[in-house]
Design a binder for this molecule. Structure first.
Ligand SMILES: NC(=O)C1=CN([C@@H]2O[C@H](COP(=O)(O)OP(=O)(O)OC[C@H]3O[C@@H](n4cnc5c(N)ncnc54)[C@H](O)[C@@H]3O)[C@@H](O)[C@H]2O)C=CC1
Ligand SMILES: O=C(O)C(=O)COP(=O)(O)O
Length: 527
């Protein structure tokens, strides 16, 4: 039974869902904050369910010997080392919508709190000061709200702000003009947004492009008296520059839900005037926490129990319905890749993958990943379905796919052509009704060979007596033949023998076979 660790404060709904799905679960919501303890126990688990407190670092991943999936009950995954997870074949998934309304509502709450200085007025009133004139506010009606990052949360903030009769402008390089029109927001460049907005709200992920987007330089471009809201990620704002801007009065206020270092217990901003701070509360409502806990537990269970993948950041989706239909072809694809990878001796420039028949109708992305895994494994060793596409890209390998729905002699087949500096070589296979993959063509030679753990691949001159000599030699070497598959392009030309054998060949046995008269190439293949 797969076992999951919940290492952050998720709703206990998650625990019930894991159990209902047949997944064993340890609910240890404080372990995420205890780095040593996490390192000590992570090796036991197949899944790790987290929020933002658990840092899934390179070290954690290195210690996670059984880990197959990290599930983020929320949106931001900047606390997960995704390249390391990918290299280790660990799926990283999140719940991209479960807390977006809640977070947008928090941004709007902070916007209104800034406009009317609610937290400071509250503290002053309760201190018995009754400072009515000190807390003069501003109306938000007809003011301009600049949204940086107009994705799921930014779009909800835009909608709510329009309800408050604000004019909304947005900077987001990926926002299409159609979507902007739909949302009723004006799409602008960053400099224009900074210059025009009375309130600026941040809703981008933390990436290399967005880190420090609210820099001293960009603060200088803002309107004097503008107000800033950050419910996205701390790293988006230069906190020292913001403190100076609040102290100088350049900015009239800032509301921060997120900080560069969290938990933020001692932050330079805390001494700044007109600052509202909340402890990363954006997603903290009962509704959002139920949503994300339920969703992450369902998604992780579906993967661990059935191989279904949704909302993964490092792998294409596979639905629970398609997983059983897909798996035999994924297996076939990996075997074809492995077959070609083991036979290829020079650098691979690219691969062409043709899907023909019903298989072309299926979700072919996981098959491509599996095929690349097979191709790259003999060359690189440590490759998996999650890392293979990234490794292929890093190596400059061109991957072309062709889908043809019409059927030929076979109901379905996948053909892989490996393109090297010297040549193009192809291998094709199919899955029969028994669910077993078969090779149906090697280098243009038709055959029908089962793929078994140990195989011997021979190219030879098609001359009388060869098969007898090979059979005798294998017998003398104590190699048991499970199946013998033969094919040739034309009589007297080159022929291919694919032999399923019991047990592996030693190097010495292989050398003896390679030396047999008529053998052009002999390779021991393992699957
Ligand atoms: N405070 C909290 O508790 C919470 C914070 N968040 C944060 O909010 C962020 C936004 O979440 P969603 O809206 O769901 O993400 P999303 O992916 O739907 O939207 C992000 C938007 O940012 C845009 N973007 C990317 N790079 C950009 C750049 N260089 N300049 C401008 N825009 C850029 C994207 O095109 C996208 O439209 C998350 O990444 C997460 O860090 C999310 C939930 C709760
Ligand atoms: O979903 C996100 O990106 C959040 O930042 C929410 O964080 P949390 O789950 O409250 O630690």
């Amino acid at each position: 039974m797969p076992k999951v660790l919940v290492s952050d404060k998720l709703s206990e709904t998650a625990v019930q869902i894991f159990r209902d799905n047949g997944v064993d679960v340890d609910f240890l919501p404080d372990v995420g904050k205890d780095k040593e303890k996490l390192l000590e126990i992570i090796g036991q688990y197949d899944g790790l369910a987290i929020r933002s407190a658990t840092k899934v670092t390179e070290k954690v991943i290195a210690a996670a010997d059984n880990l197959k999936v990290v599930g983020r009950a929320g949106i931001g995954v900047d606390n997960v080392d995704i390249p390391q997870a990918t290299a280790k074949g660990i799926i990283v998934m999140n719940t991209p919508f479960g807390n977006s309304i809640t977070t947008a509502e928090h941004a709007i709450s902070l916007l209104l709190s800034l406009a009317r200085q609610i937290p400071a007025a509250d503290a002053s009133t309760r201190a018995g000061k009754w400072e009515k004139s000190k807390f003069m506010g501003v109306e938000v009606t007809a003011k301009t709200l600049g949204i940086i990052g107009c994705g799921n949360i930014g779009a909800i903030v835009a909608d709510r702000a329009q309800g408050l009769k604000m004019k909304v402008i947005a900077f987001d390089p990926f926002l299409t003009p159609e979507r902007a029109l739909d949302l009723g927001v004006e799409k602008v460049e960053l400099d224009e947004l900074l210059a025009r907005a009375d309130f600026i709200s941040l809703h981008t992920p933390l990436t290399d492009a967005t880190r420090g987007i609210i820099s001293a330089e960009n603060i200088a471009k803002m309107k004097t008296g503008a107000r800033l809201i950050n419910c996205a990620r701390g790293g988006l704002v230069d906190e020292v520059a913001l403190k100076e801007a609040l102290e100088s009065g350049k900015l009239a206020g800032a509301a921060m839900d997120v900080f560069e270092v969290e938990p933020a217990t001692d932050n330079p901003l805390f001494e700044a005037p007109n600052l509202i701070a909340t402890p990363h509360l954006g997603a903290s409502t009962n509704e959002a926490q139920e949503n994300v806990a339920l969703q992450v537990a369902e998604q992780m269970s579906a993967y661990l129990m059935h191989g279904a993948i949704s909302n993964a950041l490092n792998f294409p989706s596979i639905s629970a319905e398609e997983a059983p239909r897909l798996m035999p072809f994924v297996k076939l694809a990996e075997m074809l890749g492995s077959f070609a990878g083991q036979l290829t001796e020079s650098g691979i420039k690219g691969v062409r993958i043709e899907f023909e028949g019903h298989v072309a109708d299926l979700n072919t992305k996981p098959m491509v990943s599996a095929l690349l895994t097979g191709v790259l494994k003999p060359l690189l060793g440590d490759v998996n379905m999650v890392s293979a596409p990234v490794l292929a890209k890093d190596r400059g390998m061109h991957v072309e796919t062709v889908n043809r729905e019409q059927q030929g002699a076979y109901e379905n087949y996948i053909r892989l052509t490996v393109i090297t500096e010297r040549q193009e070589r192809s291998v094709a296979g199919t899955v029969f009704a028994d669910g077993k993959p078969r090779l149906i063509q090697v280098k243009g030679v038709n055959m029908e060979a089962e793929i078994t753990p140990a195989m011997l691949y021979i190219t030879n001159e098609d001359k009388p007596g060869f098969i007898g000599r090979l059979g005798t030699l294998l017998g003398n070497e104590g190699v048991n033949i499970a199946n013998f598959n033969l094919g040739r392009v034309e009589s007297g030309g080159d022929a291919i023998a694919l032999i399923n054998i019991d047990g592996e060949l030693s190097d010495k046995q292989l050398a003896t076979i390679a030396a047999l008269e008529g053998v052009k190439q002999a390779k021991s293949l393992k699957f």
